[in-house]
Design a protein around this ligand. Structure first.
Ligand code: XMP
Length: 319
């Protein structure tokens, strides 16, 4: 792609201008944006870059292994894998408000980045895969209009007290452009085509309080749902699909016993940039299959519902 080839060279030049000979830390989330940012930065500044993959315990099934192996084995980009799930999950205990979750997570991300920066002798810059829609929609951070829908910055609402300066090479791009850039950079199609995943991860897909047990239930349901979507050949037709674990228990019957378990909501939308979205019109047979598997295979869920809300008035995520 000609436009992206030109963008790639310009962006690398800008990165070099901004950071000079300083060290840069890049927060990798496993998503397309941060991966593309990391590969671009690595081309621009080589060893000045250290990528930090923060496993906050809010990732999807097998996500950590996939990201780490792709970066270490495929790209040979130095990667620090920090497992801080205890830290994040205990900090989130009792935090039910969506914005409070983002603030808690954003603050811990910075703590982790600062600690990792110290370990490599200091870094002046923190790089992120922030996109243009993130900039417009997280107005509280960018200081734009007065209504904040969600402070969804890439790491979920960054605190003001951060010492490092931000490097955001994708700030002017939309998702489809980032994907084109990723292809230009040689990222595998399986990675470039991944559905977006929010920085605060599964925490914002567990409305109400987050616990290890709930996260595990959600992770399993989500994996089955995505597996069914792939099997049906629908993954690429959908912008984003995921399960949400509702803080509601309902009565059911399994075998000859009564159950009293959680409700799982399934979400799938089509979109071009995430700013507006339509719910995906699955056929009922598909939904029935996914629901049956989730209820049979995931202990803790006995009811599945499908979300038919578009954006607006809904948002894509439930929190
Ligand atoms: P909403 O839910 O606002 O989401 O319609 C639009 C897109 O943004 C993602 N999202 C986030 N990404 N941090 C992120 O990095 C966040 O706090 C956050 N909240 C929402 C969402 O997954 C969708 O792709």
């Amino acid at each position: 792609d000609w436009t992206m080839a030109a963008f790639r060279e310009e962006a690398k030049e800008k990165i070099r201008e901004q950071v000079g000979s300083s060290k840069v830390i890049c927060g990798l989330s496993g998503g397309v944006d941060s991966s593309v940012a990391a590969v671009l930065l690595h081309e621009a500044i080589g060893d000045q870059l250290t990528c930090i993959f923060v496993d906050h315990g809010l990732l999807r099934k097998h996500e950590a292994e996939e990201v780490v192996s792709m970066f270490r084995n495929h790209y040979n980009i130095p990667l620090v894998h920090v497992d801080v799930s205890d830290l994040f999950i205990s900090a989130l205990e009792g935090v039910a408000d969506p914005e409070a979750k983002r603030k808690t997570i954003g603050k811990l991300f910075i703590d982790v980045f600062e600690a990792e920066a110290k370990k490599i002798g200091g870094a002046d810059f923190l790089a992120q895969g922030t996109l243009y829609p993130d900039v417009i929609e997280s107005v509280s951070f960018a200081g734009g209009p007065s209504v904040t829908i969600k402070s969804h910055h890439n790491v979920g609402g960054l605190p003001d007290r951060m010492n490092m300066k931000l490097v955001e090479p994708l700030r002017e791009l939309f998702k489809d452009e980032v994907r084109a850039l990723g292809r230009t950079l040689g990222l595998p199609e399986s990675f470039v085509g991944r559905h977006p995943f929010p920085g605060p991860g599964l925490a914002i897909r567990c409305p109400g309080g987050v616990t290890r047990e709930k996260l595990e239930i959600l992770r399993n349901a989500d994996a089955i749902y995505l597996d069914e979507i792939r099997k049906a050949g629908l993954y690429d037709a959908i912008w984003q699909a995921f399960a949400v674990l509702l803080p509601v228990q309902t009565v059911g019957v399994m075998g000859d016993g009564r159950t009293y378990d959680f409700v799982c909501a399934l979400r799938a939308v089509t979109s071009v940039d995430g700013m507006t979205a339509d719910f995906y019109p699955f056929d009922m047979a598909f939904l029935g299959r996914a629901a049956t598997r989730i209820i049979n295979e995931v202990k803790g869920i006995n009811r599945v519902v499908y979300d038919v809300t578009s954006k607006p008035p809904g948002t894509i995520e439930w929190e």
